[in-house]
Design a protein around this ligand. Structure first.
Ligand SMILES: [Mg+2]
Length: 212
């Protein structure tokens, strides 16, 4: 099977990236800024708490090389799926430099095939357009089966469902700090994931992901 993952709040908790940016801002502009940023209820309020212009902070947030690690559940799941012979990749929305830095910091290149990593800014299409999903199917072929694993009910499962992929939602992957709501009540039935897991390691028990 070809298993494609979302990045933020699926393979790691995006708030870890946000806190890494706060530390970088504090290193550059003063250590006293760190506490109030960490205590702020949202990134926007954290930035406001510094009193610095947003034009100064956003480039640090977007371009710094993050101090983040792959959670063991992701590491174990990716290593096991790769060992079983499945093809792995990423489809993520975001800026090229920001997402590439995250991928490198998390050490994801050793699990993913480079040609199966799609970042919206690089390909010029958002996830929801389905372009990257169709490209994956061109690359891996018609006889292959496909799965997308994500966290955001508003967009992550729309293209996969349309194209006949298995779609899986990781629930509460960021342990109460998910940046996007996981309220399914507003999501049309055809856009909901086909199943939900509360740890990525549960994928290893799926019949479709047993050894090839
Ligand atoms: Mg996500």
């Amino acid at each position: 099977m070809t298993v494609i993952f979302d990045l933020d709040d699926t393979l790691y908790a995006e708030m870890e990236f946000v806190r890494s940016a706060y530390r970088e801002i504090a290193r550059k502009h003063g250590r006293e800024l760190l506490g109030p940023m960490l205590d702020a209820p949202s990134p926007r309020e954290a930035f406001d708490s510094t009193g610095l212009p947003i034009g100064e902070l956003l480039p640090i947030y977007r371009n710094h090389f993050p101090d983040i690690r792959l959670p063991w559940q992701s590491l174990y799941t990716l290593a096991s799926l790769k060992n079983r012979g499945h093809r792995l990749g990423i489809i993520t929305d975001g800026r090229s430099l920001t997402q590439r830095n995250k991928i490198r910091a998390l050490g994801l290149e050793r699990f993913m095939e480079e040609e199966l990593i799609f970042i919206s800014e690089e390909v010029g299409c958002d996830k929801i357009s389905g372009w990257s999903f169709e490209r994956v199917m061109e690359l891996c072929g018609e006889g292959e089966r496909y799965m997308y694993v994500g966290d955001n009910p508003m967009k992550d499962f729309v293209p996969g469902n349309r194209l006949g992929w298995e779609t899986v939602c990781l629930i509460n992957g960021a342990k109460g700090e998910n940046l996007f709501s996981q309220d399914f009540s507003l999501v049309a039935k055809e856009n909901r994931p086909k199943c939900c897991v509360d740890s990525l390691t549960q994928l290893l028990g799926f019949d479709s992901l047993k050894k090839l």
